[in-house]
Design a protein around this ligand. Structure first.
Ligand code: AMP
Length: 363
């Protein structure tokens, strides 16, 4: 029997493209479903151009692939359930449902995986905000549809309540206590349905709620780093994880608090392409195929810088001046403001000296 598989990827952005590149290295064929026929994945795979909720297109993809996976969590889980054959989506649709809704996600993390999350409560209308203790700070987040800080309101005083009440009356929300973290970190973990493998802890710096820089290893104590990795493994095991998952967390002086999970390779794991002996995309493909997973080694401390639409020229200049830095461009045709166009990875023991593109100029 041939070990070459046809892998169907839902979503043809940069994550789908980098998954496809890993799959192709391993000898597999990739077909992508994406609304845009010229999406980044079109450089490396066949594309079925159709909306994500087009059940006929999902069925067409399922019919011609051995295994299906996705590059983002807002996939139509019901549509997928209607078309997948037994075992065809190793990640399952349950994980999608958990990560599509912050209420399910918090419930899963705190009650099933039993990891620490910020104290929270479900908010169904502004009435649920009437008795909050304003001596503390909070973040109100819509249960569904939020990303990169959209659909969120920080509450630090009574003045913030007007906007928070409006948000609470517009959609189901989760109210979280504000965490006074030292660092934002994340851990990539991959599973093959039986075993898991875990990557080093990543330190993440955001600008305008968009990831700007990742430093690996994160500058936290070994004790906290071990704890962060153990939490990621615990979550993965609770899920019988297949493929790659990113666990985003806050590191405080003496604790790790889980913020959210993303059931796919993540922007903060891109450094692994050059800096680890297997990338988060390699282990994603191995994992969804149920193949044995390698232990992960970091070759050297690394830094990843995101290249947004307004940073393309600066990034191109940077790699001309620093030819040992690796420039990845995703092949997007239009460089819009704040659109993720590529990233740069370099090895460095002095991450503070690696300056983010556009820092102080145009984030
Ligand atoms: P999220 O959409 O949950 O990833 O939140 C976006 C960003 O808001 C995070 O990267 C944090 O910088 C910040 N944030 C979210 N939740 C909290 C919290 N409970 N306490 C402090 N900061 C938060």
């Amino acid at each position: 029997m041939s070990s070459t598989k046809t892998i169907g990827i839902i979503g043809g952005g940069q994550l789908g493209q980098m998954m496809a590149i890993s799959a192709i290295y391993m000898g597999h064929k990739v077909i992508t479903l994406d609304p845009a026929s010229d999406c980044p994945s079109s450089r490396v795979s066949e594309v079925i151009a159709a909306p994500y909720d087009d059940v006929d297109a999902l069925r067409q993809l399922a019919d011609c692939c051995d295994v299906l996976t996705y590059e983002f969590e807002n996939v139509d889980a019901d549509g997928l359930d209607a078309v997948i054959k037994d075992g065809q989506l190793p990640q399952g649709t349950e994980l999608l449902r958990i990560s599509q809704n912050r209420i399910f996600e918090k419930d899963f993390l705190s009650n099933k995986a039993q990891v620490t999350v910020a104290p929270y409560k479900v908010v169904t209308s502004s009435l649920d905000l009437e008795d909050i203790d304003l001596s503390k700070n909070y973040v109100l987040k819509t249960a569904t549809g939020g990303y990169d800080g959209h659909g969120q309101k920080v509450i630090t005083s009574a003045e913030d309540l007007e906007e928070a009440n409006a948000l609470a009356n517009s959609a189901e929300c989760v109210l979280e206590e504000f965490v006074n973290f030292d660092l934002e970190i994340s851990v990539i973990v991959s599973g093959n349905g039986k075993d898991v493998t875990v990557f080093p802890v990543q330190e993440n710096i955001h600008r305008n709620n968009i990831l700007s820089k990742t430093i690996v290893p994160a500058r936290i104590s070994d004790r906290l780093a071990d704890r962060a990795k153990a939490i990621a493994v615990k979550i993965a095991e609770q899920l019988n994880l297949s493929g790659t998952l990113c666990v985003e967390m806050f590191a405080t002086a003496d604790d790790i608090i889980v913020n959210e999970i993303a059931p796919r390779p993540h922007n903060s794991g891109h450094y692994s392409i050059e800096a680890c002996d297997f990338s988060q995309f390699d282990t994603h493909i191995l994992g969804v195929l149920g193949a044995p997973l390698p232990a992960i080694n970091l070759h050297e401390p690394a830094v990843m810088l995101n290249v947004l639409g307004q940073h393309v020229e600066a990034a191109e200049r940077y790699v001309t001046e620093n030819p040992s830095a690796h420039l990845h461009m995703y092949g997007k045709l239009e460089a819009k403001h704040n659109r993720k166009m590529g990233h740069v990875t370099l090895f460095s023991n002095e991450p503070d000296n690696v300056v983010e593109f556009g820092k102080g100029i145009d984030f």
